[in-house]
Design a protein around this ligand. Structure first.
Ligand code: C2E
Ligand code: CA
Ligand code: CA
Ligand code: CA
Length: 276
């Protein structure tokens, strides 16, 4: 047994041990983050590309880590998804975003849509609809003010189950949008069966327009496809005036990106964008 122990140990270099320890620490840190209120939401404006009016905001989670500072979601959402922590985290995000939206209204701001990202594991929860319903009741936000962003991969994983979930949410009056559209492998044949209100064109197709003719064609095609199906389009990651005018020319109705504003705190957003 001792021999084997020795051999086993050989596979783990001090370096790997350190990494494994770090990962474990990170995971327990993330657990604490929820309890100790280290998670925060930032909100990125979504605007009407024709008028420049604010039409909605997307809630984006961050972790205010006591030692590491602000940790972006890309650095902890995958681990949260893997460990299942995404379920309580996602619920916290949903409740906080809905409560914020409601608070802005009570402060007299004109209503804007609240978009919230749903993770694959969250989407597969059998009681997702009940949880969303409960949170809407709790916060007093009307369902039509909430838009859930799901990805193609989440839907294509089990199409029939996904459609059933989306239909339940749709019946409640909650809006649905497909996020990062074009990066997954949606069958276009299925698209018309999805009870969705809109598509979000992924930033990777926006980044190099109008210069890159391939991307320009893809972006234009997605907009045309969406319009043929009566779907609204939101372009992600608009950073330049050229990108904006290209998308506007193609009839893309909404957009978000650094050109308008990076994600900002609730206070900043209210001060800069929410006219009473
Ligand atoms: P996403 O849903 O595609 O969100 C858009 C990301 O693009 C955000 O990154 C946003 O800050 C960034 N972005 C917006 N405009 C621009 C721009 O003009 N240029 C560039 N370069 N980037 C821009 P962020 O906040 O780091 O979020 C990354 C991803 O993490 C999100 O991608 C989403 O998939 C995930 N995420 C964020 N919050 C949540 C959440 O509450 N729940 C879940 N499940 N996932 C979340
Ligand atoms: Ca999103
Ligand atoms: Ca996106
Ligand atoms: Ca994206």
């Amino acid at each position: 047994a001792k021999e084997r122990g020795k051999n086993t140990c050989q596979y783990f270099t001090p370096d790997m041990n350190a990494r494994a320890r770090e990962l474990l620490q990170f995971e327990s840190g993330l657990r604490q983050a929820l309890e100790q209120q280290q998670l925060v939401l930032h909100y990125q404006p979504q605007v009407d590309l024709m008028t420049g009016d604010l039409i909605g905001v997307e809630a984006l989670v961050r972790w205010e880590h006591p030692e590491r500072g602000m940790v972006p979601p890309g650095d902890f959402i995958p681990l949260a998804e893997e460990t299942g922590l995404i379920v309580p985290i996602g619920e916290w995000v949903l409740r906080t975003a809905c409560a914020q939206s409601r608070a802005w209204r009570q402060a007299g701001f004109s209503p804007v849509r609240m978009a919230v990202n749903i993770s694959p594991r969250q989407f597969r929860q059998s009681d997702l609809t009940a949880r969303v319903d409960e949170i809407l009741r709790e916060t007093g936000l009307e369902p039509g003010a909430l838009e859930l962003e799901v990805t193609e991969g989440m839907i294509m994983n089990d199409v029939e189950a996904a459609i059933a979930t989306m239909e339940e949410l749709g019946k409640m009056g909650v809006l649905l949008a497909i996020d990062d559209f074009g990066t997954g492998y949606s069958s276009l044949g299925y698209l018309k069966r999805f009870p969705i209100a809109g598509l979000k064109i992924d930033r990777s197709f926006v980044r190099d327009i109008p210069g890159d003719t391939n991307d320009a064609q893809i972006a234009a095609s997605v907009i045309a496809l969406a319009h043929n199906m009566n779907l609204r389009v939101v372009a992600e990651g608009i950073e330049t005036a050229d990108q904006l005018s290209f998308l506007r020319d193609k009839g893309c109705e909404h957009g978000q990106g650094y050109f308008f504003s990076p994600p900002c705190t609730a206070e900043e957003l209210a001060a800069r964008f929410l006219a009473a």
